[in-house]
Ligand binder design. Structure first.
Ligand code: PLP
Length: 378
C-alpha cells in the first residue's frame, strides 16, 4: 500500500523551463519580466487595479498593516479561526486584535457579531474567506461603511472564489494571496497584495521596495531613487515569479482537477455523513469556491482523534487546523480566555481536512473515501 500524503504542490510542466529562462537571461532580482507577467495575470483574473507579488501572504498582510499605519492603541477586528499570520500582522505594529467568533456554517467571521466589537479605536476589519467560501460581504461592507473603517481580506484560500459573482479579494481596500506550497497555486513560498484603491498604489510599491521609490525608477518615472518612507524587502526573486507564472498559466487545469476531487468527496460522502454525525462543508448559493479545502466536522474531539489514527494506519495522511488563536500562548498573553469564541473553540477540536491536491489520483481518492466511511461504520 502506498502512502497518500495530505498535500503535494502541483507541478504542471513549464516551471523548470521558465526558471531556466531567468537563470540564462536574468535578472534574478525581483520585478523582472516574470513578476510583471504575474502582476498582469492577477489583475486580469481578479479585476483588481494593482497586484504586487510578495515573498509570502504573511508579508502581504504586514504590508497591509503598514499601509494602514496601524499603531499602539489601534484595534483590528479579526477571527480567531485562522493562520497566525493574519493576526501577527496586527500585533507587529503594536495594535490589538479584537477576536470575533465565526459562523457555525461557513466558519467565516460572524457578521452579526462585528458591530458589537467596534469601538472608536477600531481601524480595520480583517477577515478570512475560509476555504475560499466568501464571508457575508454585503453585511460586512455595510458595517464597515457605517463606521468608516476599511476591510482587509486575507484571501490566502480564496483566489478564484466569488461572492455574488464578484471575485473574492476585490471587496476590501487591500487583500492578500498566498502561493505557499499548500495553496492551489504555488511557488514554494510566495504571496501577493492586491491594492483595490489606486490611491494606495504608490505607497504600496515604496513599502515593498525597502521604503524607496525604486519601482518608479525602474519604470523611468524618476531619474534616481531615494528613501521615501518606512518599508522592507517584500518582493520575491524573478526565479520564484517564473515558477509561479507557469502555475498561473495552468490555473484552469489545476482548478478543474481540484473541483473534480472536491465534488467527488462531497457526492460520495453525502449519504454517509449524517448517519455518522459528520457535517460536510457548506457553500451558500451566492458563493463559488476554489476547491481549496475539503473538511469534515466530526461529532467530537474523540471521534476526530480516532479517525486520524484509523487513516494513518492505512497510510493516509489527513490533518486538522487551526488552534483557536485567542487560546494560544500568545493569544492568552493578549487577553484571550476560554469561552470567548465558542464556535471557534468547538470547531477547532472537530475539523479534519482530507487529502486534496492536483496530482491526487482517482484510485487514491477512492481509498480515502473508503477508509473514512469504514472508520465510522463500527
Ligand atoms: C497560508 C495562509 C497564510 C500565510 O500564507 P504564507 O504565504 O505562508 O505566508 C495566511 N493566512 C491564511 C488564512 C492562510 O491560509
Amino acid at each position: 500500500m502506498k502512502p497518500i500524503p495530505f498535500n503535494r504542490a502541483a507541478v504542471t510542466g513549464r516551471e523548470l523551463e521558465y526558471v531556466s529562462r531567468v537563470i540564462s537571461a536574468g535578472p534574478l532580482h525581483g520585478d523582472g519580466p516574470f513578476t510583471r507577467s504575474c502582476h498582469e495575470w492577477l489583475e486580469r483574473l481578479t479585476g483588481s487595479p494593482k497586484a504586487l507579488l510578495t515573498t509570502s501572504c504573511t508579508h502581504a498582510l504586514e504590508m497591509a498593516a503598514l499601509l494602514l499605519d496601524l499603531k499602539a492603541g489601534d484595534e483590528v477586528i479579526v477571527p480567531p479561526f485562522t493562520f497566525v499570520s493574519t493576526v501577527n500582522a496586527i500585533v507587529l505594529r503594536g495594535a490589538r486584535p479584537v477576536f470575533v467568533d465565526i459562523r457555525p456554517d461557513t466558519l467565516n467571521l460572524d457578521e452579526t457579531q462585528i458591530e458589537a466589537a467596534v469601538t472608536p479605536r477600531t481601524r480595520a476589519i480583517l477577515l478570512v474567506h475560509y476555504a475560499g467560501v466568501g464571508c457575508e460581504m454585503d453585511a460586512i461592507m455595510a458595517i464597515a461603511a457605517r463606521h468608516g473603517v476599511p476591510v482587509i481580506e486575507d484571501n490566502a484560500h480564496g483566489l478564484f472564489g466569488t461572492y455574488r459573482g464578484r471575485p473574492l479579494g476585490t471587496f476590501g481596500l487591500f487583500s492578500t494571496l498566498s502561493f505557499h506550497d499548500t495553496k492551489n497555486l504555488s511557488c514554494g513560498e510566495g504571496g501577493a497584495l492586491l491594492v483595490n484603491d489606486a490611491r494606495y498604489a504608490d505607497r504600496a510599491e515604496i513599502i515593498r521596495e525597502k521604503g524607496t521609490n525604486r519601482t518608479r525608477f525602474y519604470r523611468g518615472q524618476v531619474d534616481k531613487y531615494t528613501w521615501c518612507d518606512i518599508g522592507s524587502s517584500y518582493l520575491p526573486s524573478d526565479i520564484l515569479a517564473a515558477y509561479l507564472l507557469a502555475q498561473i498559466e495552468s490555473h484552469e487545469r489545476i482548478q478543474r482537477r481540484r473541483h473534480e476531487l472536491w465534488s467527488r468527496y462531497a457526492a460520495d460522502l453525502a449519504s454517509w455523513a449524517p448517519g455518522a454525525g459528520v457535517r460536510l462543508p457548506v457553500v451558500p448559493d451566492h458563493c463559488t469556491h476554489p476547491a481549496h479545502i475539503f473538511y469534515l466536522l466530526m461529532p467530537s474531539l474523540e471521534a476526530r482523534t480516532a479517525l486520524l489514527a484509523y487513516l494513518r494506519q492505512r497510510l493516509i495522511l489527513a490533518v486538522f487546523h487551526y488552534q483557536p488563536l485567542h487560546l494560544s500562548d500568545m493569544g492568552r498573553r493578549l487577553g484571550g480566555r476560554d469561552g470567548q469564541c465558542p464556535v471557534t473553540e468547538e470547531v477547532c477540536d472537530r475539523l479534519v481536512r482530507l487529502p486534496l491536491f492536483f496530482q491526487l489520483e482517482d484510485d487514491d481518492q477512492a481509498r480515502v473515501i473508503e477508509a473514512v466511511t469504514g472508520a465510522t461504520s463500527g
